[in-house]
Each structure stands twice: as C-alpha cells, then as structure tokens.
Design a protein around this ligand. Structure first.
Ligand SMILES: Cc1ncc(COP(=O)(O)O)c(C=O)c1O
Length: 396
C-alpha cells in the first residue's frame, strides 16, 4: 500500500489486521457490511453452502449471529433469525410459514392491534384471507379450524392488553392434525416463562424491543423455529433484507444476559401491583394471570414456570377518556410510554396507542374499554411504583 498517499491511507490504514491471539470476552459489534478472506475460494465455498462463514451482513453478521444463537438456545429452537422490529419478525414468520395469495390465516381475536392491521392491510390485499377467532375456547377453535381450514394460525402466549393465556399445547395439537402452521408471538412471556416450540408451535416470534432488550433503547425482533423452516426464513430474509443492525443486535444480546433475572423482578412487582390494585376503591377490575380469580390462572400455573408475567391491566371505575388522561398526567415516576418490558415502570392507554387503529366498536367487543390501562411493571422498588399510582388515582 502506498504509505504517503493520504487518500489511500485514510481508507485502508489499520483495517483488516491479521487475527489477534486474544478472544474478546463478549462478542464485539461487527459493524461491517462485508467480510473478506485470504482467498476468494473461501467466499465461493460460503456462498455455495459448503462451509459456514460471513460474506455480507444482509445475509449474516457475527454480532447478529451471536444474538440468534442465544435466542435459539433459550427457545430450544434449531435456529433463530433477528429482524429490524417485532412487526418485521411477525411478517417474515408468516411468509416462512408458507402464506401466499389464496392462503387463509386464522388469528386470535385478542391480538396486538398492529398485528391485526398487518393481517388485514398488508396480507389482505395480497390475497390472504384472515379470520379472527376465540383461541381461548378450544371447542370453538376446533370447529373454526374445520370450517375455515387455515394454513396458518397466529396467536399470542399472553394477550395484550387483557392478559389472557392460550393453551399452546392443546392448540398446537389441533392445528398440527390439520397441517396448519402455528406462529406464537411470545413477546409478553419470554422464554423465561415458556418455550412454545417445545409445546408444538412451529414459529416463536418476539418483539426484542421489549423484555429481550429490556432497557428501552432499541427496536428489534426475532423469529425462532425448527430446521425445516430454515430455508424459507433465511431465503426471504436475504431477499428482502429486513435485518437487525449489529449495534441493536449487540444491545439485545447484552440485554438478554440479565433477562431471566429481570423477569423474576418484573413478575414479582406485577404480582404485588395486581394484588394491591384489586383492593383499591377506584379500580373496577384487574387483569393479571397470577391472581387466583383470573380465568386462565390454573392454565398459566401449568404452562409457565411459576411466574405470571410482568404486565397488569386494570379498569378505572367509572372513568372515561378525560379521567384516564388526568390519571396518566398525574404520574410522576411511572413513564407514560407506548412500550413494555423496560427496566422502568410504564403505563399505556390502549385506546389511544396499541389499539388506536381499531374501530371503537371493535375495541369494545374485544373488552378493551375506554377505562382500561396497562402497566408494565419495572424493576424499581415496589413501594415507589405503588405510591406513584396511588397518588395519580387520588386526583380522580
Ligand atoms: C405482542 C407484541 N407483538 C409485536 C409487537 C411489535 O413489536 P415492534 O414494536 O418491535 O415492532 C408489539 C409491540 O408493542 C407487541 O406488543
């Protein structure tokens, strides 16, 4: 390399050093679009599938691969693929499950609002018909599966914001008998609580933005699945390129290191909050699977590992939209952010955020009233969370 040519040195000097004899204790951020080898034959072998390696970051990246490896291990999956957001992950899982023009998707009625829209406004015009059904009632579901004969069934482990629980094992059995692929959005549960692939699901999807990242500083998603879906999932990902950048992959990988520990505290704080809210005079109803009165409490006890999730939703007695705004605006520590699963406690008002795009009538039919708020319990001292919510309820 010509040493005194500044234009050339500015580009090449210091780059592509020979491998050192040390190994970083954590996987670094490999912020590189492409990867080179001593000999072109190696790239030829990687491109031809004869050996593994990295050539181009739309295909694979070492930092992202590290994240994918840990998610696959946690979900007991053969592989995982990281994406730029939870919604992209869902979209690619639906593609990899084989949905195409003429296919039918059956989806849980109690579903994240934007997933509803993805099915109706993206897959609908693409020639895929979606029918929403009650996945909580196995008899109804079986009848609907026989009638509608879907190719794909899409549901959430813990629904949002009503926190109902699906019997994943029984549902996967019904779907499998009808050659229907099952996609489970397990964002709210995380693999700390349950691993849906071990119960018969074909794909598990996470918004990594939530508990996996855990600190409110990234947007990402991930799909975990079995070997038989490697080809379509990787192929569509490479063609479309909705990949997670290495920096976000690194942050997510770092977040996951404390996820099991964080989940214990999220769930403990949520359980205390649900208990306390249940005795508050301004609260008409509390939804938390850990409460004995919750309709899916026994199922959650069987299916989860003793934890019941980090989210609680509740109805403020006799409250309309202005009252809920007043309550949220009075909070001093709890953050009114449209997310969940972060270290800080958050409150979300579904009617104006996660379920805003749904017609008010549909929201009402789903049981998401104008007086319903959702709290994602953070890791703060519980007494501080309780005191802030108590103070805000007192202004009503
Ligand atoms: C259950 C669930 N699935 C998927 C998503 C979408 O994730 P992202 O915002 O990372 O695209 C969300 C977002 O809130 C969610 O709550």
């Amino acid at each position: 390399m010509p040493k005194h040519n500044a234009a050339t040195a500015a580009i090449h000097a210091g780059e592509r050093q020979a491998p050192a004899d040390f190994i970083p204790v954590t996987t670094p951020i490999h912020s590189s679009s492409a990867f080179v080898y001593d000999r072109l034959e190696t790239i030829d072998q990687i491109a031809g599938g004869e050996r593994t390696g990295f050539t181009y970051s739309r295909h694979d990246n070492p930092t992202t691969a590290c994240l994918e490896a840990v998610v696959a291990a946690l979900e007991e999956a053969d592989l995982a693929v990281a994406f730029a957001s939870g919604m992209t992950a869902l979209h690619l899982a639906i593609m990899a499950a084989g949905a195409h023009a003429g296919s039918r998707i059956m989806a849980a009625r109690d579903l994240y609002g934007v997933t509803y829209k993805l099915l109706l406004d993206v897959w609908g015009p693409g020639g895929v018909e979606t029918r929403f059904t009650d996945t909580l009632d196995l008899a109804v579901l079986e009848k609907e599966l026989d009638e509608f004969r879907p190719n794909v069934l899409l549901l959430e482990t813990i629904s949002n914001p009503l926190l109902r629980i699906c019997d994943l094992e029984a549902i996967a059995k019904l779907a499998r008998a009808r050659e229907c692929r099952v996609i489970v959005d397990s964002t709210f549960a995380t693999p700390t609580l349950v691993r849906p692939l071990t119960l018969g699901a074909d794909f598990v999807v996470h918004s990594a933005t939530k508990y996996m990242g855990g600190h409110g500083d990234l947007v990402g998603g991930v799909v975990a699945t079995r070997e038989e879906f490697r080809q379509p999932l990787k192929y569509f990902s490479r063609l479309i390129g909705p990949v997670l950048g290495p920096f976000e992959a690194w942050l997510t990988r770092r977040g996951i290191k404390t996820m099991p520990l964080r989940m214990e505290r999220h769930c403990a704080n949520a359980a205390k909050l649900a208990e306390w809210l249940g005795s508050h005079p301004r609260v008409a109803r509390v939804n938390y699977p850990g409460l004995a009165a919750h309709p899916d409490h026994a199922l959650a006890g069987r299916m989860f590992n003793g934890l019941y999730g980090g989210n609680v939703s509740f109805e403020i007695r006799d409250a309309g939209k202005p009252d809920v705004f007043k309550f949220v605006n009075a909070l001093k520590m709890v953050v009114p952010a449209t997310s969940l699963g972060d270290v800080h406690t958050m409150v979300l008002y579904p009617a104006i955020s996660s379920h805003r795009d749904l017609a008010p009538k549909t929201r009402q039919r789903l049981g998401i009233g104008d007086n319903l708020v959702r709290v994602s319990a953070g890791l703060e001292d519980f007494e501080d969370i309780r005191a802030d919510i108590e103070r805000a309820l007192a202004v009503l």
